[in-house]
Every structure is written in C-alpha cells, then in structure tokens.
Design a protein around this ligand. Structure first.
Ligand code: SF4
Length: 80
C-alpha cells in the first residue's frame, strides 16, 4: 500500500474554503485559514506548515483538495 505525505503550507492559505468543501472529513476552516485534521506542525520552506501521513484510502479526496486549492498551498507527495 502506498503512503503519502500531505503538506499544508498554512502561511500561504488564503482561506477560500475549497479544500474543506471538497473533503470535509480531512479539512476544516479555522478562522481565516483551513486546518488539516489530525495533522502535526513542522518548519517548511514557507514558514510553519501542517503535515500528515495517509495511505491510498485517503489519497483521492486529498489530491482533489490539492488540485482545487487556488494558491496552491496543499501538496500530496508519495513517500513509498
Ligand atoms: S483550498 Fe487552499 S487556500 Fe483555500 S482554504 Fe484550502 S488550503 Fe487554504
């Protein structure tokens, strides 16, 4: 089973709500930005970012959220 890392470069998020509309199980709105549910925080190239590891079962809906992000600031990377 493939594993993926979702990265949310939260500093860049403009709070449009597209990710939460497409995938409300994993994305919620918090104030003027979205939040990746069950994520952790780390330092990234654009400031503090949220990340979470997922498997195939959550890939499609999170890639759709990433594709809909107008910035973009959501990335789904295959890690194995
Ligand atoms: S789609 Fe992108 S810009 Fe819009 S709320 Fe989600 S992460 Fe932020």
């Amino acid at each position: 089973m493939a594993k993926f890392k979702i990265i949310h470069q939260k500093e860049l998020c403009i709070g449009c709500g597209a990710c939460a509309a497409i995938n409300p199980a994993d994305w919620v709105m918090e104030g003027d930005k979205s939040h990746l549910v069950d994520s952790q925080k780390e330092k990234g190239e654009n400031g503090e970012q949220e990340f979470r590891f997922i498997d195939d079962s959550k890939y499609k809906q999170n890639q759709e959220a990433a594709d809909a992000c107008p910035v973009p600031c959501i990335f789904v990377k295959k890690i194995e």
